[in-house]
Design a protein around this ligand. Structure first.
Ligand code: 16G
Ligand code: MG
Length: 568
């Protein structure tokens, strides 16, 4: 197929999806996101983008329709790269140009430009995209349960079909991590269907439980499914799970409530309040909450006072995993014959939002703690530099990455020991680590596999949720948002812990912070909302509130106040 044939096909399709007026879309930390009713042209063009990405890489890519924890009327679209991770950042400016190109003629310039304008000649040259040369592209499509998903799925298919040689494969309703997992597995040539995913999770969970000491524990877990796809999939998984007593609420069934409304991981974490469908009968219970697309997980204990919860957030999940992995590595490395400890690098990755008490705890364990900017793609990249890299955002996004080198080393060691030292602690530790790598999603943070690993580790330790929660006590913190004329006037460095623009703002934040014992404060432009976010931490709640309030005032002073300040 030549460019001459491609051009009219694309033009014909593009005309069916006019851009909405007066809106500019940006491929933010989680792809393009907006009100679902105005997203058709964006999703159509994201289909073209996915097809080009597949052509460029010669591999299958993914396209996911979701707006995660946003209200039900929103939707969004993001692309999964062949390794199952987020689309590489170098393509984001092109994604923005393609999606915002104001009219069909202009769009053609941007996308078919591969041969006619300077910009695209440059892009295609740099990227070396084999466009129109008979290559085929495969794109797996997934979507969450949002009502706007049906029509947007059609738009994505049309976008893909408009690129000659590109094929859309509809995988149906999925959690975001399921789609990323499928893309990764398909490209690795391993089993990649939804039932393979479910079976792998159930099997490796069972193996981990079998490898744990015979501890008695509170096995009952009550899960808030956010009335979204995560709850639905957990119900499905439950049917083949053994060794865990799960009760799922907010599954999205008729009469159970709306997606993310008064429920879900984002609500529980931000509001520190019990989700709908939970009440006094649940006080003291071990509970967990998923977000609307199943990639965030937090635990909580409903408390007796009003609607509050004791939040067991992403930092605590990270800490639990870090303790467990470190212990297994110690067993493994103490055994003669395994390379010494230095040969296996273990690192943890957090963002500036991680509670200071969690970072201090992890450092006390002797772990290397790396800070990354907010957004899964940044944490993931840092974690991938270790043999075992554990990353989590406080909001519950995260996973554990294992390097291929370490996994093959483990496998070889485990095969060797199975004949000589089977049953030894070292052998078991190797097996546990291998099972963790099979259970926990290697492509992206996954609430379902994260939940099963939490349960397996609690079982191994013989810990209640209360014991886990008491590992350390969070410092009081406060998040606020400042509405400003232009959030992009704030530029940060050092993983968002320092403001470099506007000049002078950081110095005043530092001065203010120094007034509070255990004070820590940072401001950053949101990647998903038109606001500047403010985070403050101090030894008391009053102090954290007051520091956050002062920082908001400083932001206003430098950037100009443009509205009311709300809780994050
Ligand atoms: C997106 C990110 C999430 C981050 C959040 C911050 C992904 C998949 N999602 O939801 O990791 O915590 O944005 O939002 O990367 P903010 O920039 O508005 O504070
Ligand atoms: Mg999500």
């Amino acid at each position: 197929m030549t460019h001459e044939k491609q051009h009219p096909i694309l033009l014909d399709y593009v005309r069916q999806y006019p851009l909405p007026h007066g809106v500019r879309f940006t491929y933010g930390t989680a792809g393009f996101r907006s009100e679902g009713s105005i997203l058709a042209s964006t999703v159509f063009r994201a289909g073209i983008l996915a097809a080009l990405r597949s052509l460029k890489t010669g591999s299958t890519v993914g396209l996911m329709l979701t707006a995660s924890h946003n209200p039900i009327s929103d939707n969004g679209v993001k692309i999964a790269d062949p390794d199952g991770g987020m689309m590489i950042q170098q393509w984001e400016p092109f994604a923005d140009a393609l999606v915002n190109a104001p009219d069909p003629e202009h769009l053609l310039q941007v996308s078919a430009l591969f041969h006619c304008t300077l910009l695209v000649i440059q892009f295609v040259k740099e990227e070396n995209i084999p466009f129109g040369g008979g290559q085929s592209a495969n794109i797996l499509l997934g979507r969450d349960t949002r009502p706007s998903g049906d029509a947007l799925l059609e738009a994505a298919k049309q976008g893909i079909n408009s690129v000659v040689g590109a094929f859309a494969i509809d995988m149906g309703i999925l959690t975001t991590p399921q789609l990323h997992w499928m893309v990764r597995n398909i490209n690795k040539g391993t089993r990649s269907s939804e039932s393979d995913y479910m079976e792998q999770l159930a099997k490796s969970f069972r193996c981990l439980v079998d490898l744990a000491p015979d501890n008695t524990m509170e096995s009952k877990l009550v899960v808030d499914g956010a009335n979204g796809v995560g709850g639905e999939k957990l119900q499905q998984l439950k049917k083949i799970l053994s060794g865990l007593d799960i009760c799922v609420r907010n599954t999205g069934k008729e009469g159970e409530g709306l997606l993310n409304e008064g429920c879900g991981a984002d609500y529980v974490q931000k509001e520190k309040a019990i989700p709908s469908s939970f009440g006094l009968d649940d006080v003291g219970m071990k509970c967990a909450s998923l977000d609307g697309d199943g990639d965030r997980l937090v635990y909580f204990i409903p408390s007796a006072s009003s609607n509050n919860v004791d939040l067991v957030d992403g930092d605590k999940i990270l800490t639990l995993f870090a303790l467990f992995i470190k212990e297994q590595l110690d067993f493994l490395c103490n055994e003669q014959g395994f390379d010494n400890k230095e040969a296996v690098s273990l690192g943890v990755v957090q963002t500036a939002y991680a509670n200071g008490a969690s970072t201090a705890y992890l450092k006390k364990l002797g772990l290397e703690v790396v800070l990354a900017p907010t957004g899964v793609k940044y944490l993931h990249k840092e974690a991938a530099t270790f043999d075992v890299g554990i990353y989590f955002e406080a909001n519950g996004h995260g996973t554990i990455l294992f390097s291929e080198k370490f996994l093959s080393h483990l496998q070889a060691r485990s095969d060797e020991l199975s004949s000589t030292a089977s049953g030894s602690e070292s052998h078991k530790s190797g097996l546990r680590l291998l099972e963790v790598s099979r259970l926990i999603n290697q492509a992206v943070g996954d609430a379902l596999s994260g939940l099963l690993l939490v349960e397996a580790v609690l079982q191994y330790k013989g810990w209640s949720i209360k014991a886990w929660n008491e590992l350390y006590q969070d410092l009081p913190s406060r998040q606020l948002k400042a509405k400003v004329a232009d959030r992009n006037a704030v530029v940060t460095a050092n993983a968002e812990t320092k403001v470099v623009k506007p000049p002078g703002l950081q110095e005043l934040i530092d001065e203010e912070t120094a007034k509070y014992p255990c004070g820590r404060c940072f401001v950053r432009p949101s990647g998903t909302e038109d606001v500047v976010r403010v985070y403050a931490e101090a030894s008391t709640q009053e102090a954290a509130d007051s520091l956050a309030q002062s920082a908001v005032q400083l932001v206003d002073r430098f950037l100009g106040f443009a509205g009311s300040h709300q809780k994050a």
